[in-house]
Design a protein around this ligand. Structure first.
Ligand SMILES: [Cu+2]
Length: 489
């Protein structure tokens, strides 16, 4: 991060936080368990998802205006099985056009839900979504070009858990809401009246929108959950618009078993893990060893330096407190082997493509923030390879079945890069090897100084009518034009 941007972001977060006050945490609330739609036993009917305007209390006693999918805030956790086809009916009632993108699914472009698959207010989009991939934690969110940041922030996001025969039979906790929990982590800002707030400015476009308050499943952290003695599984999504989160446990290392696209070879123990917006990790917590433990989150995941330390910004907050009870749950041991992952072989690639993420294309971001409703989706303020996103321009053409190396660099700041329609393996991240917890199947890679390189194969078709996207997952950067389109044929 350059000095100018750093000082801006430090200033912005101080203003929002009103000094240290917003970091202070109150007594824990119960962990909200997001309602589960479990379809692993079979699908009888079409799956209805309704995007609705709603209101929601995040736990501060104030009702905020939100968007929800079948619920007042966020959507359901949908659990499905490899081999199924999901007959979705996505109804849009939010008063403006939206889309729903299935982030992480290996599916063709015509059901991907990207910015070309607009669902106008009052209409229904009915894609049949085939699930061909292995067990993995995926999610769905608005991808309405120019409005992705606002609509996702307001609540248009949900979780899609894919299981397969192996994952259902695996010796792992899998009783939802008992020993297996889905956690959606987000940062929010609440205004003086306590309502959820979102406002654009030049600084927000620079850094993305960063709130000062952590929420878990729509409740202000910390939240608490009684759990059985034994292993507890946490399936974690960073659904922040822009914040990198550094996760650790209060006691002991954090034990990672899966990344975006599925299980790791074996559990990886780390002091902490760095999660960008859009990333998913599954972790196991051993509640036989301790009566209590807690998931801690450092909101300055992408660093902050001395200024942030000085003002207390570099402290970890408690996301989720776990307390052991004598209720029955998973009683197996920590597995030693999870999946049979072969190391990626860059010699498989026949094509190499280079992408530079461009912050600095000379746009007046302050003016853009004021005029956003009019320029929305055609901002042209950020770019990839010098080209701001254009809905009618295809940037790359990939041959179906080819293995490629995509090399990504940046001109400023740290960015999380996402590719639609695939999982990939990280060959290098910021010029070095990826951390071992990020060495499995991924669809997000961090890009800072130095090249990040991924090895990727595209097996499904995306035509120029419904191309795939690649983009920065800082949603304000994406909305500003840090996105490109590609076909697979
Ligand atoms: Cu970015």
């Amino acid at each position: 991060m350059d000095r100018r941007v750093f000082l801006q972001s430090a200033g912005a977060s101080l203003l929002l936080a009103g000094g240290n006050l917003a970091w202070a945490q109150s007594a824990p609330r119960p962990l909200p368990i997001i309602p589960l739609t479990d379809l692993t036993g079979g699908i009888e009917d079409r799956i209805s998802l309704a995007l609705n305007p709603a209101t929601h209390d995040f736990g501060n006693g104030v009702v905020s205006e939100t968007l929800g999918i079948n619920h007042n805030y966020l959507g359901p956790v949908i659990r499905v099985k490899q081999g199924q086809t999901l007959p979705f009916d996505v109804a849009n009632n939010i008063g403006e056009t939206s889309t729903i993108h299935w982030h992480g699914l290996h599916i063709p472009g015509d059901v991907d839900g990207g910015p070309h698959q607009e669902i106008e207010h009052g209409s229904v989009w009915s894609p049949d979504v085939p699930i061909v991939q292995h067990a993995s934690m995926n999610w769905f969110h608005s991808h309405m070009h120019g409005k992705t940041a606002q609509q996702t922030y307001k609540g248009l996001a949900g979780v899609l858990l894919v299981e397969d025969d192996a994952s259902l039979a695996a010796d792992l906790p899998n009783t939802y809401g008992v020993d297996d929990f889905t956690l959606v982590l987000q940062d929010k800002t609440f205004d003086d009246s306590g309502k959820m707030a979102y406002e654009l400015s030049a600084a927000v476009f620079e850094d993305g929108f960063e709130g000062d308050t952590l929420t878990v499943n729509g409740a202000i952290a910390p939240v608490a959950q009684p759990v059985p003695t034994g292993l507890v599984r946490l399936r974690i999504l960073n659904a922040c618009n822009a914040r990198f989160l550094r996760l650790s446990m209060e006691t002991g290392p954090i034990t990672v078993i899966a990344s975006d696209g599925g299980f790791l070879s074996s559990p990886v123990e780390a002091n902490n893990i760095l999660m960008s917006p859009g990333e998913r990790y599954e972790v196991l917590v051993d509640m036989t060893a301790f009566e209590t433990n807690a998931l801690k989150v450092n909101l300055n995941g992408n660093g902050g330096g001395f200024l942030s330390d000085l003002f207390g910004g570099n402290r970890s907050v408690t996301a989720l407190s776990l307390a052991r009870t004598d209720m029955r749950g998973f009683d197996g041991a920590l597995p030693t082997q999870l999946a049979n992952l072969v190391p990626p072989n860059s010699a498989d690639a026949t094509v190499t493509r280079d992408f530079q993420l461009n912050m600095n294309v000379g746009a007046d971001l302050a003016a853009l923030a004021l005029a956003w409703e009019n320029v929305c989706g055609d901002a042209g303020a950020m770019a990839i390879n010098g080209q701001p996103m254009k809905m009618d321009r295809i940037d790359e053409k990939v041959r179906k079945g080819d293995t490629e190396i995509w090399r990504i660099s940046v001109d400023d700041q740290l960015h999380p890069f996402h590719i639609h329609g695939c999982s990939f393996r990280i060959l290098s991240q910021n010029g070095g090897p990826p951390p071992s917890y990020a060495a499995g199947w991924k669809d997000m890679v961090h890009v800072d100084d130095g090249w990040s390189e991924v090895l990727v194969r595209f097996d499904y078709e995306a035509t120029d009518h419904t191309p795939y996207m690649y983009h920065c997952h800082i949603l304000e950067h994406e909305d500003c034009g840090m996105m490109g389109q590609f076909t697979v044929t």
